[in-house]
Design a protein around this ligand. Structure first.
Ligand SMILES: *[C@@H]1O[C@H](CO)[C@@H](O)[C@H](O)[C@H]1NC(C)=O
Ligand SMILES: *[C@@H]1O[C@H](CO)[C@@H](O)[C@H](O)[C@H]1NC(C)=O
Ligand SMILES: *[C@@H]1O[C@H](CO)[C@@H](O)[C@H](O)[C@H]1NC(C)=O
Ligand SMILES: [Cu+2]
Length: 149
C-alpha cells in the first residue's frame, strides 16, 4: 500500500509544520533584563504558543532555568523546583500539557530582578483552529482514499 505510506508521510509533514520554535527574549536571550520583568512579559504576550511548540532558553554567563509553581514564581522561591534545575544553555522546553508553565532563574536575586517567564498555551481559539485543521485534513484523506478505490 504505497499510497498509505505517502499519506502518512504527508500527515507527518503537516503535523510537523504546525509546531513552532521560540527563543525566550529573542535577541535579549535569558538574562537579567534591563527593566524588571517587563521584557519577558512583553515577549510572551506577543507570542501565541500551541501544544507541541518548543521554547528555547539561550544564555551566556551564570544563569539557570527552573520550572516552578505559580506561587513560587510569584514569590521567586528558588528552593522548590519542579524537576531538575537546568544549568546548561541552550535548554529546550516542549509545551505538551498544562496551559501555563512558570520558569525562573535561581541564581542570586535574578528572579526578583525580573528573570522569570510564564509560557501560556494560546487558549480556546488555537485549540479550535487546530481541531478544525485536523478535520479538514481527515476529510481530504477520506476523499482521497475513496477516489483511489
Ligand atoms: C552569547 O555570546 C555570543 C558571543 O559574544 C553572542 O554572539 C550571543 O548572541 C550571546 N548569546 C546570548 C543569548 O546572549
Ligand atoms: C518567599 O520568598 C522568601 C525568600 O525570597 C522566602 O523566605 C519565603 O519563605 C517565601 N514564601 C513562600 C510562601 O514561599
Ligand atoms: C501540571 O499541573 C499539575 C497540577 O497543577 C502539576 O501537578 C504538574 O506538575 C504540572 N505538570 C507540569 C509539566 O507542569
Ligand atoms: Cu540568572
Amino acid at each position: 500500500m504505497a499510497f498509505l505510506r505517502v499519506l502518512v508521510a504527508l500527515l507527518a509533514m503537516i503535523g510537523g509544520a504546525s509546531a513552532s520554535t521560540y527563543t525566550v527574549g529573542d535577541q535579549l536571550g535569558w538574562t537579567v533584563p534591563p527593566a524588571g520583568d517587563v521584557a519577558y512579559k512583553v515577549w510572551a504576550a506577543e507570542k501565541s504558543f500551541d501544544l507541541g511548540d518548543t521554547v528555547v532558553f539561550n544564555w551566556n554567563g551564570t544563569h539557570d532555568v527552573a520550572e516552578v509553581s505559580k506561587v513560587d514564581y510569584d514569590n521567586c522561591t528558588t528552593t522548590n523546583p519542579i524537576g531538575t534545575i537546568q544549568k546548561t544553555s541552550p535548554y529546550s522546553v516542549t509545551l505538551n500539557g498544562n496551559s501555563s508553565r512558570y520558569f525562573i532563574c535561581t541564581v542570586s536575586t535574578h528572579c526578583k530582578q525580573g528573570q522569570k517567564v510564564t509560557l501560556s498555551i494560546g487558549g480556546a481559539s488555537s485549540i479550535v483552529a487546530r481541531a478544525f485543521s485536523t478535520i479538514v485534513v481527515s476529510v481530504l484523506v477520506f476523499a482521497f482514499i475513496s477516489h483511489v478505490h
